[in-house]
Design a binder for this molecule. Structure first.
Ligand code: NOJ
Length: 759
């Protein structure tokens, strides 16, 4: 052992008895540095580090904080979020490092969720690309732009599994599958944090919302969650755990309760599971004002809630100021220990150290970078390309799509010319005036070859009050309902083909945007029906942040292209796909129901003791509905292409998987259509008999392949016992020897199957 390292170990042993043994020099140096700094801090200054107020430029909640600069001078904050503008941010950082007693730099957070100025598709859409590299690239570009604009900490990724489309925040996650959710969680973190957060364009990532937030009862935001440990371990926790394994630097606890206790103060969740079982060593921050909200949960008023949050393992208090204003008193009363406060403070300081802020507090304050690295041509090209990968072709009868650039095309609908609505939720950092509307992009794409006619056609809702709530911070100019429809029909009458751009507006999904009705709002449906009645071919360009109920549309509209919210480059990306420059390849990561009454609906469900014998006919005393089939409208993994992919026979290398051995499953896929394109070949497994009831299928692997027209490729998946493991009734991660079903196909419904025995 080198002398220097030895000295460091001895020093640390004497000053930090509670620290884990340092892993290496760098860690030891950090611990020494932080311990030395903390020795010089007053209790009030330490509590200041635990305080994270909102700057209030970008409003995301109901609480506003006072003047930041004064608090910074007094060292009463450890960081802030929701401030936009590098000059403003850097001035606040300057006050911290030049005008406060100990000159401790600040963490600067923001919800850079799917881009900063260059906005990428919403996360649910991104997940439909099934392209981990694309997700990593989008996170990398987001980090480059955010860091160039003063931000060193993003509250992303959100990895909450969601199976209930009523919940507006389904838009922010990766859908319903734990396997995909885990892969994508890792991709986000690699992109944001880069190698080790050392470079000037690498930032701290924050996985959220820990935990189970996506399972809120009745899809109502912030609502109660109640879940068995088995379901948690097998279905909901894997993506958070994957994030920890990928080295995420921070975790945000969730608003909901877990086992009756708000996650914010749930010691089992935050300490036993996250820190002790999973080994998370980073920074743990609450969600917005959630310590104060514990009083509404019926737990305790602010002072006691702050005690409970700290004792549970929370380090940083977002917005409530409970830590700053009450922990001193609680310490005097013996309700918390100095050690607990020190531990939380140390983790905040370590996060700053890892980002290199002590070395260079102005690391993220390069105004030249702000100009050069924001919304660059190259970033926009990437965003456009990635957006095209996320669109899901739900229907394409008689090959109506792609459209030819000729004749007259009527673009009709409230989203056709809605510049401020293209990016979807969590895009407060972007400047809509910088990007094109769909109408502008389509006109640019066709040039002189075709004419694009336009009419708005309808409001989002007939009712102005309802619409006001739905559009939130992104209002649309309303027109007279009757006049809008008349104009649309006159426009349609002049056209050869109609493209209807409608669905949800941007703020109808995301935080606090739950819905009980999942059809396209009536005003727009009436428009759609009137357009279909004209007898002209209609393409539905669906804008949405969640699965919708599209039964009527699926029956009556020949082509449906779901474009979600594609980000700042939506217009050009839609043009690329609409006119066939890019062949759509997105596959759903979330099930589209036939009825709200089916929710929660997800592909990887358990069987009942009375499975549904025929999905079309009601069968009394089976697990089905009198008035609706159990089947979704569009299943998980579903998505069409302009070309056709034909699957050969599924072949297994053996019918036995020997212990510690492997077997392979192969299938040949051929592109038999007229376009080159991507196909996502999916592999599912089912454990026939097990210690606990197991899902009827679970995604275990997939391959996204590019096939030129006429081309074939053999795809081979390797299966090992790791693919069979799950948490059994004793919460042991094992597999049960016995029979398994293996399924391969183009989506979770259309599969071929074989069986094998695992020894
Ligand atoms: C509340 C949201 O739940 C969370 O996702 C977000 O990061 C914070 N507000 C900060 O804006």
């Amino acid at each position: 052992m080198k002398i220097k390292q030895l000295i460091i170990y001895v020093l640390i042993g004497s000053c930090l008895s509670s620290c884990a043994v340092p892993k290496n020099n760098e860690e030891a140096e950090m611990q020494l540095f932080v311990a030395d700094l903390m020795n010089r801090m007053t209790l009030h200054e330490k509590l200041g580090q635990l305080n994270l107020p909102s700057g209030g430029d970008l409003v995301t909640g109901t609480v506003k904080n006072g003047e930041l600069s004064e608090m910074i001078r007094k060292q009463e904050i450890g960081g802030f979020f929701n401030v936009k503008g590098i000059k403003k941010i850097c001035e606040l950082q300057r006050i911290a490092v030049e005008e406060s007693r100990l000159k401790i730099p600040l963490l600067v957070g923001a919800d850079v969720v799917h881009g900063y100025e260059t906005i990428f598709p919403i996360p649910l859409a991104l997940s439909c690309s099934w392209d981990t590299l694309a997700i990593e690239r989008m996170a990398r570009i987001s980090a480059v732009e955010a860091s160039a604009n003063g931000i060193c900490w993003t509250f992303s990724p959100m990895v909450d599994i969601c199976r209930d489309a009523r919940w507006g925040r389904i838009a922010e996650g990766n859908g319903e599958d734990p396997y995909l959710g885990s892969l994508f969680a890792k991709a986000y973190i690699r992109g944001y944090q880069g190698e080790n957060m050392k470079k000037e364009d690498e930032i701290l990532s924050c996985v959220k919302h820990f935990a189970l937030y996506g399972a809120s009862e009745s899809g109502r935001d912030y609502n109660t969650v109640d879940m068995s440990r088995l379901r948690m371990y097998n279905e909901y926790l894997p993506p958070y755990r994957a994030a920890v394994e990928a080295g995420v630097g921070s975790v945000m606890s969730s608003f909901n309760i877990v086992d009756g206790i708000p996650a914010t103060a749930n010691k089992w969740l935050l300490t036993t599971l996250l820190r002790n079982e999973w080994g998370f060593r980073g920074l743990l921050v609450t969600d917005y004002n959630s310590i104060a909200e514990m009083s509404y949960h019926g737990i305790a008023p602010l002072k006691e809630s702050a005690v409970r949050a700290l004792q549970a393992g929370t380090d940083m208090d977002m917005v409530s100021c409970g830590f700053l204003n009450t922990l001193e008193g609680s310490l005097e009363e013996g309700k918390v220990t100095e050690e607990q406060i020190n531990t939380a403070c140390r983790r905040v300081l370590e996060a700053k150290y890892k980002l290199g802020l002590f070395e260079n507090p102005y690391k993220y304050c390069d105004t030249l970078r702000a100009q050069q690295d924001t919304y660059t041509a190259q970033h926009r090209v990437e965003a456009r390309k990635i957006a095209t990968e996320t669109f899901v072709l739900l229907k394409n009868e008689k090959k109506l799509l792609p459209l030819r650039r000729k004749g007259k095309i009527a673009l009709i609908g409230p989203m056709a010319d809605a510049r401020n609505n293209m990016c979807g939720m969590w895009s407060m950092t972007c400047t809509p005036s910088g990007h094109r509307t769909l109408l502008e992009s389509l006109r640019l794409a066709v040039g002189n070859e075709a004419e694009i006619l336009y009419a708005k056609g309808s409001n989002i809702y007939y009712d102005a009050a309802l619409e006001k709530g739905a559009v939130g911070i992104r209002p649309l100019v309303r027109g007279d309902n009757g006049r809008l429809l008349d104009e649309a029909l006159q426009t349609a009458a002049r056209a050869d083909v109609i493209v209807a751009a409608l669905g949800e507006c941007a703020e109808m999904s995301g935080e606090s945007a739950s819905r009980t009705k999942l059809e396209i709002p009536e005003a727009q449906q009436d428009l759609l029906k009137a357009l279909v009645k004209t007898g002209k071919p209609v393409v539905l360009l669906l804008f949405t942040g969640r699965p919708l109920v599209l039964n009527w549309e699926d029956t009556h509209i020949p082509s449906i292209l779901n474009v979600w919210f594609g980000g700042s480059e939506t217009g050009d990306a839609v043009a690329d796909v609409l006119f066939g420059k890019v062949n759509p390849s997105g596959k759903l990561t979330t099930t589209f129901p036939r009825s709200v009454g089916q929710l929660p609906l997800f592909y990887n469900h358990l069987n009942t003791g009375r499975p549904d014998p025929d999905s079309c006919i009601f069968d009394r005393y089976s697990g089905n509905y009198i008035d609706e089939s159990n089947e979704p409208l569009y299943p998980f993994g579903y998505g069409l292409s302009y070309t056709n992919f034909v699957y050969g026979k599924l072949r297994l290398s053996s019918n036995i998987l020997f212990k510690s051995g492997e077997l392979t499953a192969s299938v040949t896929v051929t592109n038999t259509g007229d376009y080159d394109g991507y196909e996502t070949v999916q592999l599912y497994l089912r454990d026939i008999y097990a210690d606990i009831s197991r899902p009827i299928k679970e995604l275990k692997n997939y391959r996204r392949i590019f096939l030129q027209k006429g081309e074939s490729q053999e795809i081979t998946f390797t299966i090992t016992e790791n693919d069979l493991k799950y948490y059994n009734s004793e919460l042991q991660y094992v597999y049960d020897p016995g029979e398994f079903e293996i399924m391969v196909g183009t989506n979770s419904r259309d599969v071929q199957q074989e069986r094998f025995i695992a020894e």
